[in-house]
Structure formats: structure tokens, C-alpha cells
Ligand binder design. Structure first.
Ligand SMILES: Nc1ncnc2c1ncn2[C@@H]1O[C@H](COP(=O)(O)OP(=O)(O)OP(=O)(O)O)[C@@H](O)[C@H]1O
Length: 720
């Protein structure tokens, strides 16, 4: 029999009141706090208050995409339906079972236990199936934020054997639902599903192929790099989540690194207008906070900051000419990478690896300007974070793990600071963040691929990865500038013109010089002619301070007393003398000029001699190398053809001295004497002697100087 209680009446009354408006909040508050009311009444009042508050907090939902509306309507429906009825509890159990089988369920609860779907984030145009463009943002049009993708890997054999459940569900190629299953020993919450929902630019289920991953995440970035922009792709996630598989892949299923390089090489050939392009490659790892070159391992590298940003000083930059060559370099680099088996992954990468490709090529624009484009692509495979057990000893693995976690922590601090728009970003906290500075905040298009495992055993790690990936979406990037340089068209023609002009000027100067020399001679002749006494030029050129000659001494000096001072003869003499003096001065000046020109000429000739010396040295080296390689060259054939006397049988013999033994040592002879073949004469030890273990080698010893690696090989062969 129904019993009417005070609280029931109150509840019905308040319900009916809603028809005319909401029940009075003050009344509810009074009831809830009044000590004279019963517990049930208080509970009802509180429930009503709560419902009212919830309704007032509900904001109108806006979306720019029909799918988002659909999600929202689903969400409302779910909220109505998800009352703790038996039907709903049964439904939860069914969902749980489906999840255990790795199948799809329809809705999830957020952390507070309320069924909810987040409002869909604005996504950019992607080449993924049904993900559509919502906003006009695109890579290359002034990137504004990091693109974040999530990849789910298939359940591993070990995980399946351990009876783990799938806790991740990907819906709509964009939404990731993460479920936290209750602890099996927690009987009270056994039926409870807790989870979180995330939205990314694209999310890939476990069946996604490597090509799909590449075309969605990196293909556009590669295109932007070819336009002269910088791009970075980095994989983030827990150990064993599939980062290395995504970045490097296997021989049958190559990953992003391999596919990106193949694509770069294919496209650059088509884009370059003259077929000329330069591809430089470097590959490094950050292991235990030290930077190492993976292409030529050696001492740790030091990071320096210059105009281009942070660079590893001394890092090898290989020039690659083909995809195959790059593949070989990548393989070589990966063999040098530090990997160790861990609890979670048998071939766990214990270091962060960064592959950097710099491309340079030329294109012609509409107004036939030649444009030099330079783009940089960084592909980063981060080491996975690993939970260290409290009981774990301080082994090398745990130190490695600590360092990996330290750098990843530094990375998350940087992401946090960037998201919060802080002025100081702690890049210097680790080597990894220093190297990623450009990718995180510079003018760069950046793509982040977060790798996750489906197993509920890795729930914590997966949640962490998704949390950071979600944060990374907020990072705003600088507008990415294009690295290109316009070259003035026909610069070659201009240079040729300049050369011709210079040659012309040079000819004119020479002619001027010849003219001046001629003038000088004329002047000298005139001086001689104008001289009152037949004297030599040297006598004319003697300075006034010099001792007067005997004749002058004997001659009476003009004086007023002798009255020969102003005679017409003396006047003529004085005029002649001044002319001679002037001429002597001019001659002196001209001679000084000639001296200077002679000196310049001597210097030029010396420089040319040095240049010829250098050239001849190279020729001798080359001929040595040819002999070593067994290449038949004209010079070798000629040597064979030479008779004992040394005369050539070819028609060119007429250019050879008939008695070579008696000939003067020419410049060529001197350079040959300095070449390795004549080192016996000088007695100086040469490198090839050291290579052959101290025994003096013959003149034809091949040069190994340009290939130090081969030098070592040669020594080994000789030893054998
Ligand atoms: N999408 C995938 N498809 C098939 N197998 C995968 C996939 N992703 C990962 N795997 C497999 O999972 C295992 C672990 O992957 P991987 O080595 O790439 O993990 P990781 O994140 O790089 O780990 P760590 O950080 O320890 O290096 C490998 O055996 C790999 O072949």
C-alpha cells in the first residue's frame, strides 16, 4: 500500500512546480539544511538542486560539422538512457563482454562516470577516408599548430596469452575511447566502466597499413619540405607501443622514414628544372644524455647553437644520390643504434634517433627566375617511456630508463610551457629538447604520431600518451617561412661579359703602358738632343747635389763682375738647363712607374707559377692512381712505346728535346721529382711507405689519402 510521506509530497510538489518554472532554490536549500526534516526529504531536495544546477550549466552546443551534431545528439540520448536501470546494467555487461573480445561499443563514460562525448575538435583536411575538412588550415599555408595523430597497434601474442583485454576503441577515424576496467578484486566496482574520450587530427586502428599512415601524416609535410619549408615528424609513446615500427618498419612493410625518403627522391627529380639536386643526410641518437653520430660512430658530439639553430658539431652529413644509398645508410645507422630487450619489448630502442634530410634544388618561376629551394625534414623515433619497478636494481637498464624518462619529462615540460604560452621554455633541460627546439617552436611544420597499445595492462601508459598528445594539439607554431633564394637569370652570361670587359681593360692598360714606354724613350732622346753638351742620360739625371764634373768645374761661373750674366747666350743656356731639368724629372717619374709595373708583373708570374705547380702535382697524383687502378692511359702507352733512348715514335716527337738526358731541369721535372715516384731521391718518407709497413714503395704507389678506410684495408691485405 502506498504510503504518503512528507518527502514524497514535497518531491511531487516540486516536480509539478517545474511546469510554471523551476522550484524555488531557497526552499530547496532550506529543506536540505533544515535539521527538522528527515533524511529522505533532504536527499530529494539535494537531488533536485543538483538536477537544476546541471540543467543551468548545460550550454548550447555549436558545431561546424554535421558529424559533431550527430555526436552531440547521441550524447544527449545517452544521458537520458543511462539511468541505473536493470536494462542499462545488462547493457553495460554486454558492452564489457564485447570489449573483452576487442569489438566496438557505442558509448563511454568520462572520468566522472557520466556518459559523454566531447565536442569534436576542429580538424584540418586530411587524406584519411571520411575525415573531412572543417577549417581551411593546411600544411604549408602558415602552420598554426602541431598535427597530432594516434596509431593503435595490434594486440601482441604475449598480451593475448596473458589474457589482457582491449581498452582502446577508435571511432570515426578520429575519436579514441579509452576504457578503464575495474580491478577484478574490486567487487563493488566490477561492473563499472570508466574511460576517457580524445579527438585527434586522425586516429588509426590496428589494421592501418604503413602506406596509409605515411600518406595521411607525412606526405603533405614532404610536399611542404619540397616547397622549401622545414618539417618534423616524431613518434611518441610507451615502450613497445610501435614507434620504431611506425618510423622504420620492416623490410616488407617499410615505415615513415623510408617512405618519406623514397617520396622525396621521386618528387625532387620531377621538380628540379635542370635535374640538379643535392640531398644531405645525417642520423644521430641521444643515448644517456649523450649525442652520437649513427653514420660514423665515434666520440660523443657537442651541441652548439648557431644561426641555423641547435646543431651537433662534427655530425657527418652524407651526400646521397639515390634511395638505395639512403636505405643502406639507414640500415647502417640502425645497426649502430642502441637497442636492448626490456620487459615490454624484445628489441626496445634505448635511445632517441633523429634522421635529418636536407634537400636543395632549383626551380624556374613564371618570370623565368631561377629559385634555389632548401628544405629540411627531421624524422624522430623517440625512445619509449618505461615504468621502473620499485624493486628494480640500479642496473644499466634502469639508468637508461631514468635518462629516457628524464628527457621525455623535459619534453613534456616544454610542451606544457608552450601550451601555457610561457616566455621561458626549458629546452636546455635535456639534449632531446634542445634538438627538438626547432620542431616544437621554430618555423617548422610538425607532425606527432602517438603510438598506443590496445592492452589494458598498459592502460596507464596509454592514458599518459593520449594525455600528452592531446596537450600537444594546443602548441602554436610560428608561421613557416619558405627557404628560397632567387638567382638573377643568365648570371653565367653576365659573368662571361664581365670577363670579356676585364680582358679588354687589361689589353688597353698594356697598350697604355707600351705608349708610355715609347714616350719615355722619346723624352730621353729629346733630352739628349736638348742637352748643351754631349753628355749621357746618366749625367743628365744626376741630381743637383751630386759633384759637378771636371768640365763644369773648369768653366767660369756667370757673374755680374764678368758682365756675362745677361748675355743672349747665357739666357739660352739657362732656358735649356730648365728644360733639361724638367725632362730629367719626367724621366725619373716614368722610370719609377716602370719599376712598379715590373714588380707587379713579377708577382703575377710568381702566382701563376704556384698555380701551375699545384696543377702538375695533381696530374702526377692522378697518373699514379691510374697506374694503380690498371687504367690504360695515353701517357702509359707512350711510355711503353718509348725506345731505350727515350725518343717518342709519335708525331709529337718533334716537341721533345732530342737529348732528354742533357736537358736543363724544367719546372715539370722539378714537380715530378717532388711526386711520390721521386721520393727516393729526396729520402723523405711518404704516406704510402707507412701504409706498406716501412718498406719503401715504388714510384707508382697508388694514393689512398682520399679513402682512409681503404688505406686500412690495404695494410691488412699486405700483412696477409
Ligand atoms: N602496427 C603494427 N603492426 C604490426 N606489428 C606491430 C605494429 N606496431 C608494433 N608492432 C610490433 O610490436 C613490437 C614493438 O614495436 P616497436 O619496437 O616498434 O615498439 P617501440 O614503441 O619502438 O618500443 P621501444 O620504445 O621500446 O623501442 C614489434 O615487434 C613490432 O613489430
Amino acid at each position: 500500500m502506498p504510503v504518503s510521506t512528507r518527502s514524497k509530497n514535497l518531491y511531487t510538489q516540486s516536480k509539478t512546480d517545474t511546469r510554471f518554472g523551476s522550484p524555488k532554490k531557497d526552499e530547496m536549500m532550506m529543506m536540505a539544511t533544515n535539521p527538522n526534516h528527515g533524511l529522505k526529504e533532504k536527499m530529494k531536495a539535494i537531488t533536485l538542486l543538483y538536477e537544476q544546477q546541471k540543467q543551468s550549466q548545460k550550454k548550447p552546443r555549436f558545431s561546424t560539422h554535421p558529424s559533431v551534431d550527430l555526436l552531440n545528439s547521441n550524447c544527449k540520448k545517452d544521458e537520458k538512457e543511462r539511468k541505473p536501470t536493470i536494462g542499462n546494467v545488462m547493457r553495460e555487461i554486454t558492452e564489457n563482454t564485447l570489449l573483452r573480445q576487442g569489438r566496438v561499443i557505442d558509448d563511454f563514460k568520462d572520468n566522472e562516470g557520466f556518459s559523454c562525448r566531447k565536442k569534436g575538435n576542429v580538424v584540418r583536411k586530411l587524406s584519411v577516408g571520411n575525415v573531412q575538412e572543417v577549417e581551411g588550415e593546411k600544411i604549408g599555408n602558415g602552420q598554426s599548430r602541431i598535427l597530432v595523430f594516434v596509431r593503435l597497434r595490434p594486440m601482441g601474442k604475449k598480451e593475448r596469452e596473458a589474457g589482457s583485454k582491449c581498452c582502446v576503441r577508435i571511432v570515426n577515424k578520429r575519436d579514441v575511447y579509452l576504457t578503464e576496467f575495474a580491478n577484478e578484486n574490486d567487487y563493488l566496482r566490477l561492473k563499472r566502466l570508466r574511460g576517457r574520450h580524445f579527438t585527434f587530427d586522425a586516429s588509426f586502428p590496428d589494421s592501418t597499413t604503413q602506406h596509409e599512415i605515411y600518406s595521411t601524416t607525412t606526405a603533405e609535410l614532404v610536399e611542404a619540405v619540397l616547397q622549401g619549408r622545414n618539417g618534423s615528424v616524431f613518434c611518441y609513446g610507451a615502450t613497445g607501443a610501435g614507434k620504431t615500427y611506425t618510423m622504420l618498419g620492416t623490410i616488407e612493410n617499410p615505415g615513415v622514414m623510408v617512405l618519406a625518403i623514397k617520396d622525396l627522391f621521386n618528387k625532387i627529380r620531377h621538380k628540379s628544372f635542370d635535374g640538379h639536386n643535392v640531398v644531405h643526410l645525417s642520423y644521430l641518437e641521444v643515448y644517456n644524455e649523450t649525442v652520437r653520430d649513427l653514420l660514423s660512430p665515434g666520440r660523443p658530439l657537442v651541441l652548439r647553437e648557431d644561426k641555423q639553430g641547435i646543431v651537433a658539431a662534427g655530425l657527418t652529413q652524407y651526400r646521397a644520390y639515390s634511395t638505395d644509398e639512403v636505405m643502406a645508410l639507414l640500415q647502417q645507422g640502425n645497426l649502430n643504434r642502441t637497442t636492448e630487450p626490456t620487459r615490454a619489448n624484445e628489441t626496445s630502442s634505448r635511445s632517441h634517433a633523429i634522421l635529418q634530410v636536407v634537400i636543395e634544388y632549383r626551380v624556374k618561376d613564371a618570370s623565368s627566375n631561377i629559385i634555389n629551394r632548401v628544405g629540411k625534414l627531421s624524422l624522430i623515433d623517440l625512445a619509449g617511456s618505461e615504468r621502473a619497478l620499485a624493486t628494480e636494481q640500479r642496473t644499466l637498464r634502469s639508468i637508461e630508463g631514468a635518462n629516457i624518462n628524464k628527457s621525455l619529462l623535459a619534453l613534456s615540460s616544454c610542451i606544457n610551457a608552450l601550451v601555457e604560452g610561457k616566455k621561458h621554455i626549458p629546452y636546455r633541460n635535456s639534449k632531446l629538447t634542445q634538438l627538438l627546439k626547432d620542431s616544437l617552436s621554430g618555423s617548422c611544420n610538425t607532425v606527432m604520431i602517438a603510438n598506443i597499445s590496445p592492452s589494458d595492462l598498459s592502460f596507464g601508459e596509454t592514458q599518459n600518451t593520449l594525455h600528452w598528445a592531446d596537450r600537444a594539439k594546443e602548441i602554436r607554431m610560428k608561421t613557416c617561412d619558405v627557404n628560397e633564394e632567387i638567382q638573377i637569370p643568365d648570371s653565367g652570361e653576365k659573368q662571361a661579359k664581365l670577363l670579356l670587359e676585364l680582358q679588354k681593360e687589361n689589353r688597353e692598360l698594356r697598350m697604355e703602358l707600351a705608349k708610355q714606354q715609347q714616350q719615355l724613350l722619346v723624352l730621353q732622346a729629346q733630352t739628349l738632343a736638348a742637352s748643351p753638351t754631349p753628355s749621357t742620360i746618366s749625367s743628365l739625371l744626376t741630381p743637383p747635389s751630386a759633384k759637378p764634373n771636371e768640365k763644369q768645374k773648369q768653366k767660369p761661373r756667370p757673374s755680374f763682375l764678368a758682365r756675362n750674366c745677361f748675355t743672349p747666350e747665357s739666357k739660352k743656356k739657362a732656358a735649356n738647363e730648365t728644360t733639361v731639368k724638367d725632362l730629367a724629372n719626367t724621366v725619373k717619374a716614368k722610370e719609377e712607374e716602370i719599376e712598379r709595373i715590373k714588380k707587379d708583373h713579377a708577382l703575377l708570374i710568381k702566382q701563376k707559377d704556384q698555380f701551375i705547380c699545384e696543377l702538375s702535382r695533381k696530374v702526377v697524383e692522378l697518373s699514379g692512381a691510374e697506374k694503380a687502378n690498371g687504367v690504360v692511359t695515353r701517357s702509359r702507352v707512350r711510355q711503353k712505346e718509348l725506345p731505350k733512348g727515350g725518343d717518342l715514335k709519335s708525331p709529337s716527337h718533334r716537341f721533345v728535346s732530342p737529348s732528354p738526358t742533357a736537358k736543363k731541369r724544367s719546372f715539370w721535372d722539378i714537380t715530378t721529382a717532388n711526386s711520390p715516384s721521386v721520393d727516393r731521391l729526396t729520402g723523405r718518407k711518404i704516406r704510402s711507405q707507412f701504409i706498406s709497413g716501412g718498406t719503401t714503395t715504388t714510384a707508382a704507389a697508388p694514393s689512398m689519402l682520399r679513402q682512409p678506410g681503404f688505406a686500412r684495408q690495404k695494410t691488412d691485405n699486405l700483412k696477409q
